[in-house]
Design a protein around this ligand. Structure first.
Ligand code: MN3
Length: 204
C-alpha cells in the first residue's frame, strides 16, 4: 500500500480571491503529487516502510535506512506538510480562533494579534523555501517556528496546528515577489475549526 495524493475538501477556486485556482491546482496536482511519487519510488525496496504512517517515518527518521533517509525527509516531509496544509484552509475561513485554542493562544502570546505577528515574522524571514508553523510541543505548549525546505515539525516531535507554505510555488503566480501580501491574504482562509479540533485531540 503506497502513499496516495489526498483529495481536497473544496474546489481549487474555493479559496479565491486569496489563493487563486491555478496556484491551488498546480500545487496539489503537480507539487504534492511529485512528493508522493518520489516518496513511493524511494520506498519501493522497503515494503515495511510503505505501511508505516508518514508521521511515524518522520518522527523516527533515524531508523529509516540511510540510503533513503534524506529522500524520506524531503519527499515524505513534503507529503505530510501538504496533507496538513490543505486541511488548515477552507473557503470563508479566517477571522479569529475560538474555544480552547483561542485561550491557549492568549495565555501563551498575550493576544491573538501578537501570535499573528510572531507567526508573520517567522513566515517573512524564512530565507528561501520553507514553512512557518504554530505547533504544540511534547509538553502541550504552543510554539511558533519556521523550517527550511520540507522539514516538518513532526520530525521534532511537535504537531503543527497551523502551517504556511512559503515556497514560491505557493504564491508566485498571484503575488510574485510579494510574500508579505500572500501571508496577509492567507489569514482570510485559515480553518480555525481544524486548528481547534487538532488542539483538543492533543491536550485533552
Ligand atoms: Mn508547497
Amino acid at each position: 500500500m503506497l502513499f496516495t495524493l489526498p483529495k481536497l475538501d473544496y474546489d481549487y477556486s474555493a479559496l479565491e480571491p486569496y489563493i487563486d485556482a491555478k496556484t491551488m491546482e498546480i500545487h496539489h496536482t503537480k507539487h504534492h503529487q511529485a512528493y508522493v511519487d518520489n516518496l513511493n519510488a524511494a520506498l519501493q525496496k522497503y515494503p515495511a516502510l510503505q505501511v508505516t504512517p508518514i508521521n511515524e517515518l518522520l518522527l523516527h527518521l533515524d531508523t529509516v535506512p540511510e540510503e533513503i533517509r534524506q529522500v524520506v525527509r524531503d519527499q515524505g516531509g513534503g507529503h505530510a506538510n501538504h496533507t496538513m496544509f490543505w486541511h488548515m484552509m477552507k473557503p470563508h475561513g479566517g477571522g479569529e480562533p475560538k474555544g480552547k485554542v483561542a485561550l491557549a493562544i492568549e495565555k501563551t502570546f498575550g493576544s491573538f494579534a501578537t501570535m499573528q505577528s510572531v507567526f508573520n515574522t517567522a513566515a517573512k524571514t524564512r530565507f528561501g523555501s520553507g514553512w512557518a508553523w504554530l505547533n504544540v510541543d511534547k509538553n502541550g505548549t504552543l510554539v511558533i517556528n519556521s523550517t527550511a525546505n520540507q522539514d516538518s515539525p513532526l520530525e521534532q516531535g511537535m504537531t503543527p496546528l497551523l502551517g504556511l507554505d512559503v515556497w514560491e510555488h505557493a504564491y508566485y503566480l498571484k503575488y510574485q515577489n510579494k510574500r508579505v501580501d500572500y501571508i496577509a491574504s492567507w489569514w482570510h482562509v485559515v480553518n480555525w475549526d481544524y486548528v481547534e479540533d487538532c488542539y483538543l485531540k492533543l491536550v485533552r
